[in-house]
Ligand binder design. Structure first.
Ligand code: CP
Length: 314
């Protein structure tokens, strides 16, 4: 039923198709009346088993701007707290005849499991350390806009460093696959304990020295150290982490003064990124949020086209 479970498995032309479809929503979202009736009569359920600000709100706004009926299920206030299993929850949502289900879950693979139990498209809003595909798409769209690359074009030759807790980051995994599919040259920088063994298989060049990773890049994407996914792998103090892997003004000016600055949020200011850097003119952090709404509108639109009797995927 045409779900979006990850960037893995998407071809370059499919990624470009979603980016190009998003452009009309970037334009719509800048108008006074930000509304279309494209998904009128459809029901979208956002089922979030983990906390979220950006992804949940932007999926809700995206569905509403497309005219759909949108309902949010917060696991903390649901019968999950009474011991209901993930599969029983999925079967329950399916019985309500949702037309699309958006899921965030703390376990890698949970979204795939739900996809196998329901009849409508499922969109992965982040599953464990596995994938966060709409984040990678919005990051690519943000870079394309910032760098003045035209619609229809990819990111061939763009140099980007992704730095932080690569091991636990679904954002990094999806981005490494998405950016390399679009022709970018990706450097992955992390402390040895937070670098996955398969980073080269994901298309990235590994670095442990942040200054070397930053040298001459067009963009740098910082990641949060995800204490909630740690099992004692990394015990550095905040001060030590910032010294080695924090994006400070001094480091940025020495290594890549013209680089675009990105962060998926939420930021730990003063840890992986300093406040003065996050607020520079070259910072794309709020632009990423803006592009997130457009990307999610495009994904909801494209994935429900078949159900609406339209031609769907590229
Ligand atoms: N970037 C991101 O996924 O943010 P939230 O956790 O706030 O959704």
């Amino acid at each position: 039923h045409g779900s979006l479970l990850g960037i893995a498995g998407l071809e370059r032309h499919e990624i470009l198709f979603l980016l190009d479809e998003s452009e009309r929503y970037v334009a719509l979202n800048r108008e006074a009346k930000k509304h279309s009736d494209a998904l009128s009569g459809l029901t979208i359920i956002n089922a979030f088993f983990e906390n979220s600000t950006r992804t949940l709100l932007s999926f809700e706004i995206a569905g509403k701007r497309l005219g759909a009926d949108v309902v949010n299920m917060h696991a903390a206030q649901s019968s999950v707290k009474k011991g209901e299993t993930l599969i029983d929850t999925a079967v329950t949502l399916n019985a309500m005849r949702a037309d699309a289900i958006v899921i965030r879950h703390g376990s890698s693979g949970a979204v795939q499991l739900i996809d196998e139990k329901v009849d409508c498209p499922v969109l992965n809003a982040g599953d464990g350390s596995h994938e966060h595909p709409t984040q990678a798409l919005l990051d690519a769209l943000t870079l394309r806009h910032a760098m003045g690359i035209a619609s229809g074009e990819a990111l061939d030759g763009v140099k980007i460093a992704i730095c932080g807790d690569i091991l636990h980051s679904r954002v990094a995994r999806s981005n490494m696959m998405c950016l390399t599919a679009l022709g970018a040259r990706v450097r992955a920088c992390a402390p040895p304990a937070l670098m996955p063994a398969n980073v080269e298989a994901l298309g990235a060049e590994p670095f442990h020295d942040f200054d070397a990773a930053l040298d001459g890049v067009d963009a740098v994407m910082m990641l949060r150290v995800q204490n909630e996914r740690m099992e004692g792998q990394y015990l550095a103090s905040t001060a030590e982490y910032r010294h080695l892997y924090g994006l400070t003004a001094k480091r940025l000016d020495a290594c890549a003064p013209e680089a675009w600055i990105m962060h998926p949020g939420p930021m730990n200011r003063g840890v992986e990124i300093d406040s003065d850097v996050a607020e520079r003119e070259k910072s794309l952090i709020t632009k990423q949020v803006e592009m997130g709404v457009a990307i999610r509108m495009a994904c909801l639109d494209v994935l429900t086209r078949k159900a609406r009797g339209l031609e769907g995927w590229a």
